[in-house]
Ligand binder design. Sequence first.
Ligand code: NAD
Length: 455
Amino acid sequence: MKITIIGTGYVGLVTGACLAELGNDVFCLDVDQRKIDLLNNGGIPIHEPGLEEVVARNRAAGRLQFSTDVAASVAHGQLQFIAVGTPPDEDGSADLQYVLAAARNIGRHMDGYKVIVDKSTVPVGTADRVAAAVREELRNRGADTEFAVVSNPEFLKEGAAVEDFMRPDRIVIGHDDSPAGQRARDLMKLLYAPFNRNHERVYWMDVRSAEFTKYAANAMLATRISFMNELANLADQVGADIEAVRHGIGSDPRIGHSFLYAGAGYGGSCFPKDVQALERTARQYDQELLILRAVEAVNDRQKQVLGRKVVQRFGDDLTGMTFAVWGLAFKPNTDDMREAPSRVLLKELIERGARVAVYDPVAMEEARRVLALDLSEAQLARIDFKKLPMEALDGAEALVIVTEWKAFRSPDFEQIKARLKHPVIIDGRNLFEPPLMTGLGIEYHGIGRSVLTGK
Ligand code: NAD
């Protein structure tokens, strides 16, 4: 099928590349000329396992093209996927300017039936606004072309995006029952048929329910994280081990083991903004989502947990001290630094007078870029970006782990002890077993595990 993807970011690029991999003819549009040039020169703007190979293979096969040409993009696909960003507006609601600009472009250039697929995460009711924008553009040029707007939210996870797209748990599609909507359903069914060979993965519903499903899913996941973080902080106080508790509750099939890890708070481009946007939607209907307000507040506090643990151990004034930090990306297998807990930690350590030596397997370049936004030049100069994890430890008071990269799971503990000034690990992801650390002579501070370390 001929498909256009509008927005070549995490979601758009992965969607375009994966749909091309299935044999479709895909046109990826972006307004960012540099991104398009990079892709046309064989580069990849993001780190995502497996993506480079899929993009290269499909470009070579002539099934995947990148361009900034709006008219050509509208002419190309009968299916027009909108996958542009929906960042938070000043009041926390989703900023729809990019989605609506994409919709208007379609209305301005289309000359035959199109299915407009909202893949961006958008508030309930956005499909109606997209349809209105398209209709207005059609009216402006006296055209009367049939189209449908469907909602097809994306559930891929950064760091496993290609795998998630190719093997989705579910595909949610919302459409209306008009003839144009029914026709859209048939085309979407054809597009997603390869995913349903083993069993049906598509959940068909009305448009508003599909839009809502995406927010409900992210809100639920964020809630589990904040819930566990709050319990972990209490576990530290009452002398319980949150890891034992996690196993104890996760074994109940009604609860399940997934997404129950206590840590340094959630970040990224989705949970923080989607929780806020759902709260904002509720307020527009004079409803207050009390649970989600708490989820957000708990998360804001949890991002400070590592800084708090450093202060508890080394004091308020960190002048003259250096700390090693492993992991900067908001989660492993990505270079995404949006809302990353590491940013809160680094700011706190530096404001308290410390120097920091940091290492991340892939996010160093992106970290330099975003930290320059968070910190002054003088503050930035107090961060040393190291090429190897062990190099960050030399002369540091302690090692603080923020992101659970696989490469950090089995480090050489003797080397860690030898390089640090004090054998102290403050672990924001509970990577190690406290008794093992004690046995190695390491002072270990996890999240919600004080009972095992006596801290
Ligand atoms: P992104 O910022 O990585 O990419 C968005 C791209 O859209 C940018 O390259 C931008 O230049 C381009 N763009 C903006 N306006 C455009 C226009 N009018 N025409 C063409 N291109 C335009 O964003 P992302 O992370 O891919 O997220 C996209 C949407 O998908 C968001 O709504 C997000 O909430 C949702 N989502 C993201 C993820 C994720 O893990 N990143 C997962 C599921 C859903």
